[in-house]
Design a protein around this ligand. Structure first.
Ligand SMILES: Nc1nc2c(ncn2[C@@H]2O[C@H](COP(=O)(O)OP(=O)(O)O)[C@@H](O)[C@H]2O)c(=O)[nH]1
Ligand SMILES: [Mg+2]
Ligand SMILES: [Zn+2]
Length: 357
C-alpha cells in the first residue's frame, strides 16, 4: 500500500510497542554521520518525487504516546506505507544460540535465500542494518563467534522490507538476552517487544553444554514458559528452532534433516514430518518443557537448524572464540519460511496447511 490514505492508519511502533496514527508529515529526519545526530528537513515545498526519494533514506521520530520510553527513537520514514508490519522475537535461555541463529538467518535472507518463494529482501532501516552488519554479520563471516547479548537492551536487531506476491511488509527482528525474559515488569524495555510481537521463534539448543563441555539437561525451560504465558492469548504463529544441531549431525533424525540442506519449496507434509521428529527428539531427550509453545499456540512448527555448522574453539586472540572450519549455516531459513507461510506472506494451498494440527 502506498500513497496517502484519507484517514491516518494506526501503526504499532516495534521499538516501544505504542500504537499511533501514521503521519505523512513533511518533516523528514536524516541521520548525519558527522554530527552524529538527526537533521530535520522540512520538505513541504518539495515535489512529491523528491520527498519520496528522501523518505527512502529518512526517518520519522516515534511520538511514543504513552511516554514510557526515555530515549527518543526513529522509524524508517516509509515504515507505515506498506502492508501490516511483522515483528518477530527470538526467545530462549542464555547461550541457547539465539544471536547466532538470527545473524545466520538475516544474512541468508539478504543473500536472496527467500528467492525460491518469490520473496525479495532489503534493508528498510539502513542505519540499523549497517550496525547489525558490522557487529554481527561481518564478525560471523570472519569466522568469529559472536559476543553475548548485553542484558537490558531491547532494541530491534534489524528492520527489513519483504516483497512478495502477497504484498510488501516491514519485518522487525528482536533478539533479547535470556535473563531479561525473567523480568516480569511490563515496562522492562527488554521484554516489551513481546507486546508487539506478531510471531515468535523459540530457540532451544539441541545439546546444551556448560563451560567445561559437560552436557546440561533441562527439563524446564523458564524463558519459554515466561514468554508463552505472556503471549498465549494472542494466538500467534510460533516455531521451535532446535539449534546447534551440528552437534548431533550423526544421530539419525537430526542427520537426515541436516543433510537435506536448504529447502526450496513449502511442503506442508515435509514440515509436519520434521516437526514430528523434533517433537520426539525433545520429548526423548528430557526437554519436554521446550514443547510448551507447541501446546500453547494454534499453529506451530518445529525445526532442526545449525547457525554455525560446527563448533567454536578458542582462537589465537586472547579470549576470542572462532569457528576454525568456517561457518556453514544449515536450514536457518526454515523457521522463517514457516512463519512467512503461517502469516500469509507466502501463499498457496501448501502454505495454508503449514503448522496446522
Ligand atoms: N556448535 C554450534 N555452536 C553454536 C551454534 N550457535 C551458537 N553456538 C555457540 O553457542 C554459544 C551461544 O550462542 P549465542 O548465539 O550467543 O546464544 P544466545 O545467548 O542465545 O544469543 C556461542 O558461544 C556459540 O559458539 C551452532 O549452530 N552450532
Ligand atoms: Mg544473544
Ligand atoms: Zn516507538
Amino acid at each position: 500500500m502506498t500513497g496517502i490514505t484519507p484517514f491516518p492508519r494506526l501503526i504499532r511502533c516495534p521499538i516501544c510497542a505504542d500504537e499511533f496514527p501514521w503521519s505523512h508529515d513533511p518533516i523528514i529526519s536524516v541521520w548525519d554521520d558527522e554530527k552524529r545526530d538527526y537533521l530535520h528537513i522540512d520538505t513541504s515545498s518539495w515535489s512529491a518525487e523528491k520527498r519520496a526519494d528522501l523518505a527512502q533514506r529518512g526517518y520519522r521520530q516515534c511520538p511514543n504516546p504513552s511516554g514510557d520510553t526515555q530515549e527518543e527513537h526513529y522509524l524508517p520514514a516509509t515504515f507505515g506505507d506498506f502492508g501490516d508490519p511483522m515483528v518477530i522475537g527470538l526467545v530462549g535461555g542464555g547461550a541457547s544460540g539465539k544471536t547466532h541463529l538470527l545473524t545466520a538467518m538475516i544474512r541468508q535472507a539478504y543473500l536472496n535465500g527467500l528467492a525460491p518463494y518469490d520473496i525479495t529482501v532489503k534493508a528498510l532501516d539502513h542505519r540499523r542494518h549497517r550496525s547489525f552488519r558490522e557487529k554481527f554479520i561481518e564478525e560471523f563471516e570472519r569466522g568469529a563467534a559472536l559476543a553475548g547479548t548485553d542484558t537490558g537492551i531491547s532494541d530491534a536487531a534489524d528492520i527489513l522490507l519483504l516483497r512478495g506476491p502477497a504484498g510488501v511488509r516491514p519485518i522487525t527482528f528482536f533478539d533479547v538476552a535470556g535473563e531479561d525474559l525473567r523480568d516480569i515488569d511490563a515496562r522492562n524495555r527488554s521484554t516489551r517487544f513481546l507486546i508487539g510481537a506478531t510471531a515468535v521463534i523459540f530457540v532451544h539448543p539441541c545439546d546444551d553444554r556448560g563451560p567445561d563441555g559437560q552436557v546440561i539437561r533441562r527439563t524446564e525451560n523458564l524463558a519459554f514458559d515466561l514468554a508463552v504465558e505472556r503471549l498465549r492469548s494472542k494466538r500467534l504463529p510460533a516455531v521451535v528452532a532446535v539449534t546447534k544441531a551440528d552437534r548431533l549431525r550423526y544421530a539419525p533424525p537430526v542427520e537426515r534433516w541436516l543433510r537435506r540442506g536448504d529447502e526450496t519449496s513449502v511442503d506442508a507434509d515435509r514440515i509436519r514430518a520434521e516437526s514430528r521428529d523434533v517433537y520426539a527428539f525433545l520429548h526423548h531427550s528430557g526437554a519436554g518443557g521446550s514443547l510448551e509453545p507447541y501446546q500453547a499456540f494454534p499453529r506451530c512448527t518445529l525445526h532442526f537448524v545449525s547457525a554455525s555448522g560446527g563448533e567454536a574453539a578458542k582462537g589465537a586472540a586472547a579470549g576470542k572464540n572462532v569457528f576454525p572450519r568456517g561457518f556453514h549455516p544449515t536450514r536457518v531459513l526454515e523457521p522463517l519460511v514457516s512463519i512467512l507461510a503461517m502469516t500469509g506472506m507466502i501463499t498457496g494451498p501448501e502454505a495454508e496447511r503449514v503448522g496446522m494440527p
